[in-house]
Design a protein around this ligand. Structure first.
Ligand code: SAM
Length: 344
């Protein structure tokens, strides 16, 4: 039996289903919780172009991953729309047999002008990050002077292009934008879009994370429930990251991503390919596995497939679960996270 026909599972019996592809490590925003200017300032050295995987390399690897069980591809970054001609990559990925879903996570800055071309190329869904409807709060967070109205216009353009329902990601940080939870909920009720609240996560030494800045998902849901009652909805598919709720009055759906208070390692079916070809089996993994080296040294598909399958079958990560337990005892845990493989 060929390797591709075997159900590939890791040491915790988790199948490989989702591949997140970071197409660039660059972003025009300097979100304080993600790429703060103190770290990602003028002197920060981003990857030179030659070190980024080409569209052909990305497509070749994606095809191998699909042969090993991956069905969903998500393009992320950095800011993926900074990568020129991304619609060409989408079309190349859409041409791979058995790919069921191609999605994109973006800050929305360049989306309005590209949504039609991306949809025509085969993009199915888009997630847009927006942390507040208040310009002062949003601009303080993105630290790039980027206004709310342009993100809202991007969401509308995506829906117009057929990329609906749009998911909207709001990272909630206590003392920074928690007052934006109810206005955001009010805005997206009845819109057909799905607002998802993300617990503020530790991204290593770069964002000075503290547990007391996390607003637990349960508190977010109860705040909303007091205003507009909600009821839980079952997961749309096994391993779904967001816990879903629907408004009891029929105004739509929301979700929470409780990576800190209710980690979901047990259902994790994701792998992350960073822009430089490092493969990470966990968002919090300290080290990746280099795929660009063998790829450029002329490795055959069979060799690459064996390498990837051996990385997955040996995978034992359940970092968030372990870290959550540790964090409740001490605030000193400081993992190293590669920003370029944070996905939406
Ligand atoms: N630039 C794109 C964007 O803004 O959506 C894609 C990359 S961004 C790293 C992907 C998602 O990760 C965004 O929704 C962002 O808000 C989220 N994110 C980044 N840092 C985070 C943190 N410390 N905690 C929780 N979510 C975070």
């Amino acid at each position: 039996m060929a390797v591709a026909e075997l159900p590939l599972v890791d040491t915790l019996a988790r199948p490989l289903r989702d591949l997140r592809i970071s197409v660039t490590d660059r972003c025009q925003f300097r979100c304080t919780y993600c790429m703060p200017r103190e770290v990602f300032g003028r002197d920060f050295v981003f990857l030179p172009r030659a070190q980024l995987l080409t569209f052909e390399e990305l497509t070749r690897l994606a095809r191998i991953f699909v042969g090993l069980g991956v069905r969903k591809l998500r393009l992320t970054g950095g800011e993926p729309l900074l990568r020129r001609d991304l619609d060409t990559l989408v079309a190349m990925l859409a041409g791979i047999d058995d790919v069921q879903d191609i999605a994109l996570t973006t800050n929305g800055a360049l989306l309005a002008g590209k949504a039609q071309a991306l949809a025509a190329a085969g993009l199915r869904r888009v997630t847009v990050s927006l942390d507040s409807l208040d310009d002062a709060v949003f601009m303080a967070l993105n630290d790039a002077g980027f206004p709310v109205a342009r993100v809202l216009a991007a969401i509308a353009a995506a829906a117009e292009a057929g990329l609906a329902p749009v998911k909207v990601n709001m990272v909630v940080r206590r003392g920074v934008n928690e007052q934006s939870i109810l206005p955001m909920a009010a805005h997206f009720r009845h819109s057909g879009h799905v607002l998802r609240f993300i617990e503020y996560m530790d991204v290593g030494t770069t964002n000075g994370w503290r547990l007391d800045e996390v607003v637990p998902a349960a508190q977010i849901i109860s705040l909303i429930d007091r205003q507009w009652p909600v009821e839980p909805v079952g997961a749309a598919y096994p391993g779904e990251v967001a816990r879903r709720y629907r408004y009891s009055d029929g105004a739509g759906e929301i979700g929470v991503i409780a990576s800190v208070t209710q980690p979901f390692c047990r259902g994790c079916t994701r792998v992350r390919l960073a822009a430089d070809g490092q493969l990470y089996t966990c968002l919090f993994a300290a080290a990746g596995h280099d795929l660009r080296g063998p790829l450029r040294a002329g490795a055959s598909d069979q060799v690459l497939r064996q390498q990837i399958s051996s990385i997955w079958t040996q995978r034992a990560d359940r970092y968030s679960e372990q870290r959550t337990r540790q964090t409740h005892h001490t605030q000193r845990v400081q993992p190293k996270v590669e920003m370029s493989h944070i996905g939406g």
